[in-house]
Design a protein around this ligand. Structure first.
Ligand SMILES: [Zn+2]
Length: 240
């Protein structure tokens, strides 16, 4: 089966901060949520490739965001925004025109919307339609999520927590997976701990441990065995 192509679109960026209030900027929140969503999807599901319309704080026009998804021939487009203007809670949008894929677009949105409301516990403002450029100009089913109000004290407090941004992202990943029927990846075996990933600008070294010994002699024996196999190793002393 061909890979599912999911485009995630972090709203605003660069000279366009989006909504700004309570010490928060929409463009920063949408980028974090989008990056987390991409990582969750790649970590949890098989056969899905996520592309972001921007991966850093740069300006991308609305036309270019839609054109990017169209060039990729993406299967689905999900734009992530934060609301403003004196409300509270979560709402989602699909294009309000009449188009052949509207029933499908609506069904996908409903699953995503309900999952996000259930998992984030943001107040449910309802499923809406509007004539928005990224929804109108994308050729595939498209949805836009408005994840709380930056100018509402309660929502802003919620959005100030990185754990909550991850919660919103995970809810997007779960909701999209449910909507599209993505297959979960096989769980790692109990012995295999997840290997931490390096975040931007951070260098990580992975150390392979080939044994732990109470006895220096046994440790040296293991080093000689490894050396015999052509593996360079050394003894690192830990005091308990
Ligand atoms: Zn926005």
């Amino acid at each position: 089966m061909a890979e599912f192509v999911q485009v995630i679109d972090p709203g605003h960026g660069g000279h366009d901060p989006g909504a700004v209030a309570n010490g928060l900027r929409e463009k920063d929140l949408t980028l974090k949520i989008a990056l987390y969503t991409r990582d969750y999807i790649h970590e949890l599901y098989e056969g899905v490739k996520v592309y972001l319309t921007r991966e850093k704080d740069v300006f991308v026009s609305l036309n270019e965001r839609a054109a990017f998804a169209n060039r990729l021939n993406a299967d689905h487009f999900c734009s992530i925004h934060i609301n403003a203007g004196g409300g509270k809670g979560f709402e989602s949008y699909i294009y309000n025109g009449s188009y052949s894929s509207k029933t499908k677009t609506q069904a996908l949105r409903n699953v995503l919307h309900d999952t996000i409301v259930a998992e984030t516990k943001l107040m449910n403002r309802g499923k809406k339609e509007a004539n928005l450029a990224v929804l109108r100009e994308t050729k595939m089913p498209a949805v836009l999520t408005e994840n709380g109000f930056i100018d509402n004290k309660d929502d802003a407090d919620f959005l100030k927590s990185d754990a909550n941004l991850r919660k919103i992202a995970l809810a997007h990943a779960h909701g999209l997976a449910k909507a599209h029927g993505w297959k979960p990846k096989a769980k790692p075996t109990s012995a295999a701990k997840p290997v931490p990933k390096a975040s931007a600008g951070e260098k990580v070294f992975y150390r392979v441990v080939a044994g732990s010994f109470a006895d220096r002699e046994n440790a040296e024996k293991r080093v000689r065995e490894l050396e015999a196999k052509g593996v360079e190793s050394f003894i690192d002393v830990h005091k308990s």
